[in-house]
Write a protein that binds this ligand. Structure first.
Ligand code: CP3
Length: 430
């Protein structure tokens, strides 16, 4: 768990650390994206990778989105797959298809050839963060009626915008490397994973039945496989060391990349394990959790809180909590209070409106938003967000409406002050 900074002026960072805030902070996954005309105007002249690799443009896109929406945090404009290039793996974005790796990683030799010594090549992301941090270094003016059209409470407090850097989690990045792009079943990724063997540690979260099933699997001698099962097992890897080696290499690159972002001014690092929900809890625990946990600890050692996010993770939440991440991002498939219960009270939560609700009439958006605020019930440690990214064609007005709803209805009751205590909105309850 990250040690709270002695002075954390932004309500976003304070919420990450479960400190009291004047109102629930809000930012939105993929807030700079194709739904936004300002972004599309830039995209007309530059490819996605050009934007990412040109710090002035990446900073401009980041700042424009955050200011247009009036959110409490700016996520740096970059992409999960950028570290592939210095690792020696080419990829491109194909319209309508997402990222494509033409020569996917399928063998131990290929994994051995991946480089970990060129992370300096990613400095353009840190450079963009420096520009964004400089832009937002001044405290924002108090929330004005303009950004709070309903004229309701809002807040009269000056606040600094939070700056979010991000990296992919080892599993999600490995899945793009191994599958060569987006995937439905993650067959090659899981094959490589399973090739590293079965060594399930006893788990307090597994039922006795599951423990029994696991120990039966661990003790199953190789010759016990049915010949038909064996016929279906195609060797994609030469060795059981492939998966751990790939994870170790990703960990080193991601740690260095996160360090660059923190040095440049990122207040918080979000780790996207977007596709972890493809895994059973048992596989997540055995093949992924140790590496994600190590990554969380390494990033926290840089002195910033960590948000860990994935999609379809309802059954993985207790395991995600075990990583020690400061904040867990929830998708919309689980009611927020239920998700928070699964995570426990000592971790903050981020979420979790269905992004497609933004296509609904305003009264539905309002009802769903107020429901989430009610489920969070002003407990310290809730950051309002979507359950996944804003999709193309989302009406911008609805996105602005959503942010204004949080400003209007997200105010928290102020904690009672002890006699003589300064009238600071940031007074922390002991
Ligand atoms: O404001 C923001 O959040 C935008 C910054 C951002 C991008 N990618 C730019 C981008 C962020 C935070 C990401 C992270 C990312 N990239 C993730 C994790 C987030 C998630 O959705 O779970 C993932 C899985 C990727 C990989 C990736 N990049 C995919 C699957 C795609 C195609 C998705 C699509 O919408 O087509 C991309 C492309 C991409 N990255 C776009 C943007 C704005 C859209 C394409 C474009 O502008 O041409």
């Amino acid at each position: 768990m990250t040690v709270p900074a002695p002075h954390a002026p932004s309500r976003f960072v304070r919420a990450c650390l479960r400190q009291p805030v004047d109102r629930t902070p809000v930012w939105l996954l993929r807030q700079a994206g194709r739904y936004m005309p300002e972004y599309m105007a830039v995209r007309k002249h530059h490819s996605l990778l050009e934007i990412c690799r040109t710090p002035d443009i990446a900073a401009e896109v980041t700042i424009t989105a955050a200011e247009r929406l009036g959110v409490d945090a700016a996520i740096i404009f970059a992409d999960l797959l950028l570290p592939f290039t210095p690792m020696g793996l080419d990829f491109e974005f194909v319209n309508g298809e997402g990222p494509v790796v033409r020569t996917p990683v399928r063998t131990l030799e290929h994994i051995q050839a991946l480089r970990t010594d060129r992370t300096d090549d990613l400095r353009y992301v840190a450079d963009a963060i420096s520009r964004v941090a400089k832009h937002f270094s001044a405290p924002r003016p108090p929330e004005s009626p303009g950004s709070d059209p309903a004229g309701a409470c809002g807040s009269a407090v000056q606040d600094q915008l939070g700056i979010i850097g991000f990296i992919g989690a080892p599993f999600t990045l490995a899945s793009y490397m191994i599958e060569g792009g987006s995937s439905r079943n993650y067959i090659e990724t899981k094959r490589l994973m399973y090739a590293s063997g079965v060594a399930t540690p006893p788990s307090p979260h597994l039922s006795p039945l599951a423990e029994e099933a696991n120990s039966a699997l661990s003790s199953r001698p190789e010759h016990a496989w049915h010949p038909e099962e064996l016929a279906n097992l195609q060797p994609v890897t030469d060795s059981s060391t492939a998966w751990p080696l790939l994870m170790a290499k990703l960990l080193d690159v991601l740690t260095a990349y996160a360090a660059q972002q923190v040095e440049a001014g990122a207040d918080v690092i979000q780790i996207f394990d977007s596709w972890a929900g493809a895994l059973s809890p048992t596989d997540f625990r055995q093949y992924v959790l140790p590496y994600t946990t190590e990554l969380v600890h390494r990033v926290q050692a840089l002195g910033v809180p960590v948000i860990l996010f994935g999609v379809d993770t309802a059954t993985l939440l207790p395991l995600m909590r075990e990583t020690g991440a400061d904040v867990i991002g929830l998708d919309w498939r689980i009611p927020l209070d239920q998700g928070w219960r699964a995570i426990g009270p000592n971790t903050a939560v981020q979420g979790n409106l269905d992004p497609i609700t933004l296509f609904a009439p305003p009264e539905i958006i309002k009802a769903r938003t107020l429901e989430i605020l009610a489920l969070a019930n002003h407990r310290p440690g809730h950051i309002f967000n979507l359950g996944h990214g804003i999709v193309p064609n989302t009406p911008v007005d609805n996105v602005v409406h959503l942010v204004d709803l949080i400003k209007r209805y997200g105010a928290h009751p102020q904690p009672a002050r002890a006699a003589g205590e300064a009238a600071s909105p940031w007074a922390i309850r002991a």
